[in-house]
Design a protein around this ligand. Structure first.
Ligand code: SF4
Ligand code: MG
Length: 317
């Protein structure tokens, strides 16, 4: 079957002046199937959020293609783009920053309905907002309250309700649990999984560490300095990580996890994180890689398939 989203050699570069270019997203390709969750992991600054925003066309791409079903996202005209925004929504890391403190929950969620003219009158609007609150596990009677009257986890539920208001099919979750207490993280992940089943949603789930995407992802992609270094089925990635960077991330998982023998082959990252501003030649991970050899400095490793569905960019593999 056709994937729902297909990203082909996408680049987003920022020109910084003095001839310098920040290659925030540099030639990434992947696809996401309908109903699937693709986890996307990497340290902050690796380009994950920029990739998400460029896919949604909140940023214009420098090069590359993004296909949503048969629609070329970067060819949409402004009028078409508005309708398209109903299909794909984004949930953000910091629910407080994305919720207007002076608006009630009714208006925060209702605003999304207004923009797309999805409620015919006030009572239809109110009814729909209450349904959405119920759907995300909040008390519909609390719709007259303001964001500060809710806990962090509840505010993230409000952010999810607002994203769902326009009935999207695809949601980019940009670190939706990173700012939450560990005890609350699992609740939000479970809510997202439950909503996925009930509403047939497809997710791109962005996080900075592998433990956060583990329980929600069907497949996981690992990014380093604007590039994808590995992509595989979740089970395979956690049991058989191939790229030295993925293995380093794995050994940094703080919570003991019986599925991961973290200390068996612990890799500690050393060396500077080179800025993506002026990447070195060869493999971009070589300044921190414990296995780097001379060939790693000379040639950029190709992104190759080692087993069906498992791709990795490393000369060692
Ligand atoms: Fe390390 Fe070389 Fe593989 Fe890059 S190509 S990850 S430097 S071994
Ligand atoms: Mg980010």
């Amino acid at each position: 079957t056709e994937p729902l989203l297909r990203i082909n050699q996408l680049c987003k570069h920022f020109y910084m002046g003095r001839g310098q270019t920040l290659k925030a997203v540099n030639n990434i390709s992947f696809s996401v199937d309908r109903g699937e969750t693709l986890g996307m992991v990497g340290e902050s600054g690796c380009g994950k959020s920029t990739a998400g925003r460029t896919i949604l066309r909140l940023y214009e791409p420098t090069a590359g293609e993004a296909w949503y079903g048969g629609t070329n996202i970067y060819r949409l005209k402004p009028g078409q783009l508005k309708a398209f925004r109903r299909e794909m929504q984004m949930i953000f890391q910091d629910p407080c920053a994305s919720l207007n403190p002076r608006m009630t929950i009714m208006d925060i969620i209702g605003e999304a309905l207004d923009i797309h003219r999805l409620a015919d009158n006030r009572s239809a609007r109110r009814k729909r907002v209450e349904e959405l609150l119920y759907l995300v596990g909040l008390n519909p009677e609390h719709s007259t309250r303001y964001p500060h009257e809710f806990s962090g986890g509840q505010r993230q539920r409000i952010g999810i309700a607002r994203a769902l208001a326009v009935d999207p099919k695809f949601i980019i979750c940009d670190e939706p649990i990173s700012a939450l207490d560990v005890s609350i993280q699992a609740q939000v992940v479970n809510l997202l999984k439950d909503l996925q089943k009930r509403l047939g949603l497809t997710y791109l789930f962005i996080a900075h560490d592998l433990s956060m995407v583990k329980h929600i992802s069907d497949r996981v992609t690992v990014m380093y300095l604007g590039q994808i270094v590995e992509i595989a089925d979740s089970g395979e990635l956690y049991s058989e990580p191939l790229h030295p960077y993925t293995r380093a991330l794995m050994s940094a998982i703080p919570v003991p996890d019986p599925d991961i023998e973290a200390d068996k082959e612990r890799i500690v990252l050393s060396g500077e994180l080179p800025g993506p501003l002026n990447p070195s030649s060869g493999c971009s991970f070589r300044t921190r890689c414990p296995y780097a050899t001379s060939v790693c400095a000379e040639r950029e490793p190709e992104f190759q398939e080692t087993k069906p569905g498992h791709h990795v960019a490393c000369h060692l593999v």
